[in-house]
Design a binder for this molecule. Structure first.
Ligand code: BV8
Length: 240
C-alpha cells in the first residue's frame, strides 16, 4: 500500500511550537505573509532574520521535542518503508528528530541556511544577520538566508510530490489548515481510489475532499489511526 502523509503546523503544536493561524500564531507580532517573502527580506533583512532567529532559538530549546504523533509516524514508516512518503510543510525538524526517514520538507528547514548566490544549502543552528560571514569564505558576508520557502517561491520537491500523490493508496493530512497552496492542493492529485484521511482539530476548506475526517489532537488521533491501520493490515495479511 502506497502511503503519502502531509503534515502542517498542527502536528507540532503539542510539542510547543505555535501554529500560524491560531490566535497565538503570530510571531513577534508579525503575520507570516508579511515577513515570509523575498520582498520583505530584500527591504528589511534584519527584521526577517530576527523573525527566523527567534523561531530557530525556540526550536533549539531542550523541551521542544517530537510528540506521540511524530513518533507514531516514524514507527509506522519503519515497518512500511517500501512505500511511505512524509511530506511536511513544517520548517521545524521534529520529524527528523522523531526518526522518520523518507521526509520531503517542501517548505525547507529552519536548521539550514542557503547561500543567496550559489543556492548551496548548509546545516545552520546559529542566528543569521545581514553580516554573517560565509563559513567557507569569511571575507564574503551577508549572503546567507534561512533555507525556508517564502510566499511566491516554488516549494521543494514538487515533481516527487505529484508522482507520489498520483499513485497513493492512502493520503493522510495531519494538522494543516489547507490554506496555503500548492500544499493544500496535493490531496486533489490523488487517484479516485485513494483513501483520503484528514486528522485536524478544526474543519478546513479541503475537508470535503477527504473520505474520512478525524477531529482531535494529533498526539492522540495519529497514533490511534495508525494502530487501527496496522490492525486492518494484519487482518488482511491473515486472510490473504
Ligand atoms: C507558490 C515556510 C508558485 C515559511 C510557508 C500571491 C503571490 C504569490 C503567491 C500567492 C499569492 N496568492 C496565493 C499564493 C500562493 C501562496 C499561498 O498559498 N498563499 C496563501 C496565504 C493564500 N503560496 C505560495 O506562495 C507558495 N508558492 O505558490 O509558488 C508555485 C505554485 C505551484 C507550483 C510551483 C510554484 C509557497 C508557500 C510557502 C510559504 N511558506 N512556510 C515559514 O514557515 O516561515 S507557509 C506556512 O503556512 C507553513 O509552512 C504551512 O505550509 C502554511 C500553512 O500553515 P499550516 O501548516 O497549515 O498551519 P496553520 O497554523 O495554518 O494550521 C494549523 C492547523 O492545525 C489548523 O487547522 C488547526 O486546527 C490544526 N491544529 C492545531 N493544533 C492541532 C491541530 N491539529 C491537530 N492537533 C493539534 N494539536
Amino acid at each position: 500500500m502506497k502511503v503519502v502523509v502531509l503534515t502542517g503546523a498542527g502536528i507540532s503544536a503539542e510539542s510547543g511550537i505555535p501554529t500560524f493561524r491560531s490566535a497565538d500564531g503570530l510571531w513577534e507580532g508579525h503575520r507570516l505573509e508579511d515577513v515570509a517573502t523575498p520582498i520583505a527580506f530584500q527591504q528589511n533583512p534584519e527584521l526577517v532574520h530576527q523573525f527566523y532567529n527567534a523561531r530557530r532559538r525556540h526550536l533549539l530549546q531542550a523541551h521542544i521535542l517530537p510528540n506521540a504523533a511524530h513518533i507514531a509516524l516514524a514507527d509506522y514508516e519503519a515497518t512500511h518503508d517500501d512505500d511511505f512518503l512524509l511530506i511536511t510543510q513544517n520548517v521545524d525538524n521534529l520529524h527528523f528528530v522523531a526518526g522518520s526517514q523518507n521526509i520531503l520538507p517542501m517548505h525547507g528547514q529552519l536548521m539550514e541556511a542557503r547561500c543567496t548566490e550559489t543556492n548551496k544549502v548548509i546545516p545552520w543552528c546559529e542566528d543569521l544577520t545581514p553580516h554573517t560571514p560565509d563559513p567557507e569564505t569569511p571575507s564574503r558576508r551577508g549572503r546567507l538566508r534561512p533555507n525556508v520557502v517564502w510566499f511566491g517561491e516554488t516549494p521543494y520537491g514538487m515533481e516527487e510530490i505529484q508522482r507520489a500523490a498520483q499513485n497513493a493508496d492512502l493520503f493522510l493530512a495531519v494538522g494543516t489548515s489547507a490554506v496555503v497552496y500548492p500544499a493544500a492542493g496535493i490531496v486533489e492529485q490523488t487517484p479516485s481510489y485513494c483513501r483520503r484521511v484528514e486528522i485536524n482539530l478544526d474543519a478546513t476548506p479541503q475537508s470535503k475532499v477527504f473520505t474520512e475526517t478525524i477531529r482531535g489532537p494529533a498526539s492522540i488521533e495519529v497514533p490511534e489511526f495508525l494502530q487501527r491501520l496496522q490492525t486492518e493490515e494484519n487482518k488482511q495479511t491473515r486472510s490473504d
